[in-house]
Write a protein that binds this ligand. Structure first.
Ligand SMILES: C[S@@+](CC[C@H](N)C(=O)[O-])C[C@H]1O[C@@H](n2cnc3c(N)ncnc32)[C@H](O)[C@@H]1O
Length: 230
């Protein structure tokens, strides 16, 4: 956990209760140990969607559809969500969940590996929620940026990997070092990319919010490390 437990418990205690269907799916995910979005990130998604009013959302990493269903509640009336999942057993549960919540018309499940699916997509999305395999974010990024509309928002979840990202590479278990390096690269790329402005929030397991610039807000050198001690 990257945040203080007292703070997390306090935050959990002040959130408004979700409706019964959402709570049921959340409970089922927890029972089956399916990884789903944390409460803090969920709250953030709600406010971002209500504020940005995205017509099209792309989610990378559906699992059993929990976050897609949750987000669909706050979409504008004509809003649509595309969500990508490759793990067959979860695809089946997600489909059932979309049916039982009456969201199947607003949520399109794209079945298969995001590495291939992202390349095939040509739509423009106002919001992209990156929530799949953490080591792949950096590989998904070129397509994600191509698909993100100007002024759109990229939300990347779990960028702190339970705090591992803060540690030196050698303090991380050997099996986690590749993902550690890739996530550090990913965060650096988000925060230094000419097309993006990014804030990394120590919320949940770390969330990066990036907005895609039009190109007219071109940096005036701020992004370049000029060696000064600013
Ligand atoms: C953290 S879970 C998603 C949770 C979901 N967004 C939620 O909050 O309800 C990540 C999911 O991404 C899927 N995934 C991982 N890598 C993927 C890839 N390359 N293509 C498609 N799905 C992938 C996993 O199978 C897993 O179900």
């Amino acid at each position: 956990m990257i945040t203080d437990e007292r703070m997390t418990s306090f935050l959990h205690s002040i959130y408004r209760e979700d409706d019964e269907m959402i709570r049921t799916i959340e409970q089922e995910a927890r029972e089956e140990e399916v990884p789903i979005v944390r409460a803090e990130t969920k709250e953030l998604l709600k406010v971002l969607i209500l504020n940005q009013r995205p017509k099209r959302i792309l989610e990378v990493g559906t699992a059993i559809g929990f976050s897609a269903i949750y987000m669909s509640q706050y979409l504008p009336k004509d809003g649509l969500i595309d969500t990508i999942e490759k793990y067959e057993p979860r695809i089946q549960v997600a489909k059932r969940n979309f049916e039982r919540t009456g969201t199947a018309e607003r949520i399109r499940l794209l079945e298969g590996d995001a590495t291939e699916i992202l390349k095939e997509l040509n739509d423009s999305y106002d919001m992209i929620f990156m929530d799949a395999a953490k080591g792949q974010y950096i590989h998904f990024l070129p397509d994600v940026l191509r698909l993100l509309a100007t002024g759109g928002m990229l939300i990347s979840d779990n960028v702190m990997q339970d705090g591992d990202v803060l540690e030196s590479r050698y303090a991380v278990e050997k099996r986690n070092r590749t993902i550690h390096t890739r996530m550090r690269d990913y965060i650096y790329t988000l925060t230094h990319h000419d097309q993006l402005e990014t804030v990394v929030l120590p919320l949940g397991d770390g969330v990066a919010l990036s907005t895609k610039l039009s190109g007219t807000e071109e940096s005036d050198g701020i992004r370049q490390d000029d060696g000064s001690d600013l």
